[in-house]
Design a protein around this ligand. Structure first.
Ligand SMILES: Nc1ncnc2c1ncn2[C@@H]1O[C@H](COP(=O)(O)OP(=O)(O)O)[C@@H](O)[C@H]1O
Ligand SMILES: [Mg+2]
Length: 309
C-alpha cells in the first residue's frame, strides 16, 4: 500500500538523519556563535564608528535581532509536518504537510471535529510528540534537533498547560498551589508577582483557603494561576471547557483572555466549538489532518457575547 511505502521510506530516511544529527548540532552551534559574534561586531561598530553613528533605534534593532533571530515575531513555525500513527498492522496518516506560523502574543484557536488531529498538532508544538517529517520551531528553537532531555527542559522553560482536571494539591492553600507553578519558572522568565496572579484570577480573598473550601470554578482558576505563575511563553488549553457547564466554561475562557491581554502570553486553545473560535485572533481549521482553512478575526468577540452551543 502507498501509505506504508511512504512511511517506511520516511523511517529509513530518518534513521540516516539521526546519524547526522549530532554533527548537524555542533555545526549549528558554530554557525550560531559565528552569527552572534558578527552581530556583536555590528553593535560595537555602531557604538564606536564616528563617521556613521548609529541612531538609538538602529542599535535597538540590532540588539533585538541578536536576542531573537525570528524576525517576523513568530513563536511557532511549522514546515511540512507529517505525523503517522502505527498500531499493529494499521497505519494512520494523522497530520499531512502542515505549514503553520503563529505570531507571538496572540490567541489562537485550533478548530476541528473529533479525530481531526487537533491534540496531535498540539502535542507536536509542545514537543510531546515527534513528527516523522518536517521542521518544528518553537520560541526560536528547532525541536526536531532536540533529544528527550532537551525537550523536557524546553517544555519546562517555555510552556504551561491548562488541564480539564485541576490536579491541585489538597493539603496546600491557594497561594501554595500557585507557588508550585512558580517554582517551575525558568530562570529567564520574569516573575509575575503573586499578588497580580491572585487578582487576575479573582482569588485575592481566597489565598489562604484550601481547595476543598472553594467551588469548582475557583479550583479551575487556581490551576490556571499555577500555569500562569511559570510565566510561560505559550499557554496551551486542550478543550478547556469540554467538561464544564456554561457558566464555568465562560469563566475559564475569560481568564485565558485576560491573561493574554495582561501578560501578552501566546495562548493556543483547541476546541470543537466554533463559537469559541470567535474569541481569538486567528483560527486554524483542521480537517482530515490538513489545515483546511486559516482565518483571522479583526476584532475579538468578548466572552460574554459568544453563543454557547
Ligand atoms: N497515540 C496514538 N496512537 C494511535 N493513534 C492515535 C494516537 N493518538 C491519536 N491517534 C489517532 O489520530 C487521530 C487524531 O487524533 P487526535 O489528534 O487526538 O484528534 P482530535 O484531538 O482532533 O480529536 C485519531 O484518529 C486518533 O485515533
Ligand atoms: Mg483532542
Amino acid at each position: 500500500m502507498g501509505i506504508w511505502k511512504d512511511y517506511l521510506e520516511i523511517r529509513k530516511e530518518n534513521k540516516r538523519k539521526r546519524f547526522m544529527i549530532k554533527s548537524i548540532k555542533s555545526y549549528r552551534k558554530d554557525q550560531i556563535s559565528d552569527w552572534k559574534k558578527s552581530l556583536d561586531d555590528d553593535i560595537n561598530n555602531a557604538k564606536t564608528d564616528t563617521t556613521k553613528t548609529a541612531t538609538e533605534n538602529e542599535k535597538k534593532e540590532l540588539i533585538k535581532k541578536k536576542n531573537s533571530p525570528n524576525k517576523k515575531g513568530y513563536i511557532v513555525n511549522l514546515k511540512k509536518v507529517n505525523k503517522y500513527f502505527v498500531t499493529g498492522l494499521n497505519i494512520e496518516h494523522v497530520l499531512k504537510d502542515i505549514d503553520l506560523n503563529i505570531q507571538k502574543g496572540k490567541v489562537i484557536t485550533i478548530l476541528g471535529q473529533s479525530g481531526s488531529g487537533k491534540t496531535t498538532l498540539l502535542n507536536i508544538i509542545s514537543g510531546l510528540l515527534t513528527p516523522e517529517t518536517g521542521s518544528v520551531v518553537v520560541n526560536d528553537k528547532e525541536l526536531m534537533l532536540m533529544d528527550e532531555t532537551e525537550l523536557t527542559q524546553f517544555r519546562k522553560d517555555t510552556l504551561s498547560f491548562v488541564f480539564q482536571s485541576y490536579n491541585l494539591i489538597p493539603t496546600l492553600t491557594v497561594r501554595e498551589n500557585i507557588k508550585v507553578g512558580e517554582n517551575l519558572r525558568s530562570k529567564h522568565a520574569k516573575e509575575i508577582p503573586m499578588k497580580e496572579i491572585l487578582s487576575t484570577l479573582d482569588l485575592t480573598y481566597q489565598a489562604k483557603k484550601y481547595p476543598y473550601q472553594l467551588s469548582g470554578g475557583q479550583n479551575q482558576r487556581i490551576s490556571i494561576g499555577r500555569a500562569l505563575a511559570k510565566n510561560p511563553k505559550i499557554l496551551f488549553a486542550d478543550e478547556p471547557t469540554g467538561a464544564l457547564d456554561e457558566e464555568k466554561g465562560r469563566e475559564v475562557l475569560s481568564m485565558l483572555m485576560k491573561i493574554n491581554t495582561k501578560f501578552k502570553t501566546t495562548i493556543i486553545i483547541v476546541t470543537h466549538n466554533s463559537n469559541i473560535a470567535k474569541l481569538g485572533d486567528m483560527v486554524i481549521y483542521l480537517k482530515d489532518g490538513k489545515i483546511h482553512k486559516q482565518t483571522y478575526n479583526k476584532t475579538r468577540k468578548p466572552v460574554s457575547q459568544i453563543r454557547w452551543l
